[in-house]
Design a protein around this ligand. Structure first.
Ligand SMILES: NC(=O)C1=CN([C@@H]2O[C@H](COP(=O)(O)OP(=O)(O)OC[C@H]3O[C@@H](n4cnc5c(N)ncnc54)[C@H](O)[C@@H]3O)[C@@H](O)[C@H]2O)[C@@H](O)CC1
Ligand SMILES: Nc1ncnc2c1ncn2[C@@H]1O[C@H](COP(=O)(O)OP(=O)(O)O)[C@@H](O)[C@H]1O
Ligand SMILES: [K+]
Length: 511
């Protein structure tokens, strides 16, 4: 499933019409028919529908939905907001087809005063006011219509996207429909994956309208959802006769005197995610406590200063030897020794280097070495860490997640795993995959450490992008399994996530 902006959708519509030769009116018929089918399947024929129609092609979809629902015998009232002379193109065509089919519409402004009473006799409001073509602030009379609809208790279903919500950004300084359900056309829209605009959508269902997928190759930005199918199809099965060396040698550099838990969580998650050998480098006093939790790992004791790791180059060189991946960061504390360690690993380690948590704070000083590195580098920032890396606010990062991840990945040639709900994986090529698993049970100290261990294990034996996207998927999926088993979200712990990884991984049936 792809994710598009309004401009991209318009350009793909145009390519489909002009190059492929499928007329816009056919796409509109497909859209309206698909939406009417979903409405009937979901609510049944006996419900009363109230369709509010705007002046653009989103309104055109509304005329098709109204006609098909009426053809099917549903009770439907249709109201248009603009002057009838405003309709043009495909929307005008479908308005005429609606009328020629013997159906009638009324002006919204003529019923405005009595409409709360009318709505009392209505079950479902279908919002066909504004779609992907909206620009700037919502103007009158649309702003008032939207405000009135939002005051009602009726179920609201939006066509394509909630009217007033921009498709490609979270810029929302005006009234927008708060839908219970959105039937989005062909592909989901970027704003559905942004914290500020997501709540307006309600439940989302996708309605295919017949656009050939190969039209997508014309887009400069490629964004897609990495779901169960992608995980299963990209998964590399371990060989039946595999030995532990084949399953990846993973290094985790984590923990300080005050934070042994981070190393235990990351190490344990790496082991549970199938790493052949996991070696944890940490301070000497942590080893007994961590080893009692992660029995399968091996341990390397690094030199330390005041309870924080301060390895020598010789220690680091010995640790790097033979490893396919090294994750550095969880629970290390921010020290000058850490910056030296990160710089050394960036220059000398030839495997996949994963920088997380405190190690991310060294990146600003290490920018040029990151760009010069030829082996893959992965960074796993949460929005606060990403904001620190680009000198912006967290709110800026949350509103511009796609652009921020994509441009950082391209500029520094790294894989960016931008965490939070709908974690994004951006590749150095700019290609983006989005995760749809996970829940607020993960919003806890230590969840990120678990993900880091999982990432380190998966990149050691799979191609890098599928490994990252699938690690993120499984991490969230384990939390979703716990939620399904009626665990209260607030009580889910990072250790619970690790325990549920075998069940999560079972979708890739490794028999
Ligand atoms: N042939 C096509 O292009 C297809 C388009 N489709 C539908 O068409 C929609 C996009 O259609 P359009 O590009 O015509 O745009 P919209 O229908 O989203 O809205 C454009 C209309 O809204 C007005 N408008 C724009 N910004 C406004 C604002 N801030 N305040 C108030 N009014 C504003 C414009 O004057 C214009 O009349 C999609 O969301 C989808 O529902 C589908 O029918 C599939 C086929
Ligand atoms: N509400 C949420 N929905 C889905 N995933 C979440 C949510 N809150 C947090 N997460 C996930 O939990 C992890 C938290 O990581 P992070 O903030 O680095 O925690 P820590 O460093 O304390 O371990 C990330 O993978 C993030 O995507
Ligand atoms: K709409």
């Amino acid at each position: 499933m792809r994710i598009v902006t309004g401009e991209e959708m318009a350009s793909i519509d145009a390519i489909t019409m002009n190059k492929v030769g499928l007329p816009g009116a056919v796409l509109m018929e497909n859209a309206g028919r698909g939406i009417a089918r979903k409405l009937l399947d979901h609510y049944g024929r006996k419900r009363r529908f109230f369709i509010v129609i705007g002046s653009g092609n989103n309104g055109g979809d509304g005329f098709v939905v109204a006609r098909v629902l009426k053809d099917e015998g549903a009770e439907v009232q249709v109201f248009i907001v603009p002057e009838e002379s405003r309709y043009k193109g495909d929307a005008k065509l479908h308005k005429r087809v609606f009328e020629q089919s013997g159906y009638r519409w009324k002006y919204w402004k003529d019923i405005e005063s009595q409409w709360p009473a009318m709505l009392y006799e209505t079950d479902i409001i279908v919002d066909a006011l504004l779609g992907t073509g909206i620009s700037g602030q919502v103007k009158e009379p649309y702003a008032s219509v939207i405000a009135s609809i939002n005051k009602l208790k009726n179920e609201i279903v939006s066509i394509d996207l909630p009217s007033g919500v921009p498709a490609g950004s979270a810029e929302l300084n005006h009234e927008a429909i708060k839908a219970d359900r959105t039937l989005t056309l062909q592909w989901t829209k970027v704003s559905y994956y942004l914290e500020e605009t997501k709540p307006y959508y309600g439940e989302v269902d996708v309605v295919p309208i017949g656009i050939p997928p190969n039209t997508l190759r014309h887009l400069a930005s490629q964004r897609y959802i990495w779901g169960k199918n992608e995980v299963v199809n990209s998964w590399v099965m371990s060989k039946p006769n595999a030995h532990k060396g084949d399953n990846g040698r993973v290094g985790i550099i984590a923990g300080s005197e005050a934070m042994p838990g981070a190393a235990a969580l990351a190490g344990s998650a790496a082991v549970r995610s199938g790493a052949g050998f996991t070696t944890i480098a940490t301070v000497a006093q942590n080893v007994p406590v961590i080893a009692s939790h992660v029995k399968e790992a091996m341990y390397t004791i690094f030199s330390e200063k005041h309870g924080y790791l301060a390895p020598t180059e010789t220690e680091l060189a010995a640790f790097m030897d033979n490893k396919q991946s090294i994750a550095v960061g969880p629970g290390l504390g921010r020290t000058p020794a850490l910056t030296k360690m990160v710089a050394y690993l960036l220059v000398h380690f030839k495997g996949v280097l994963i920088l997380d948590a405190d190690a991310l704070h060294c990146l600003k000083e290490c920018g040029p070495i990151v760009q010069e590195r030829t082996a893959p580098t992965v960074i796993t920032p949460h929005p606060g860490e990403m904001a620190m890396l680009i000198d912006q606010s967290v709110s800026y990062v949350n509103k511009n997640r796609f652009e921020v991840a994509e441009s950082y990945a391209e500029q520094y040639g790294v894989y960016v795993v931008l965490k939070g709900p709908n974690t994004i994986v951006a590749e150095p090529s700019g290609c983006i995959s989005v995760n749809v698993t996970g829940n607020a049970g993960l919003a806890k100290g230590g969840s990120g450490d678990v993900l880091t261990g999982m990432v380190a294990a998966l990149v050691a034996r799979q191609r890098i992008q599928p490994a990252l996207s699938s690690a993120v998927f499984f991490h969230g999926y384990a939390a979703d399994l716990l939620a399904k088993q009626r665990h209260v979200l607030a009580t889910i712990t990072p250790s619970d996530i690790i325990e549920h990884l075998p069940e999560a991984f079972s979708i890739v049936d490794d028999d």
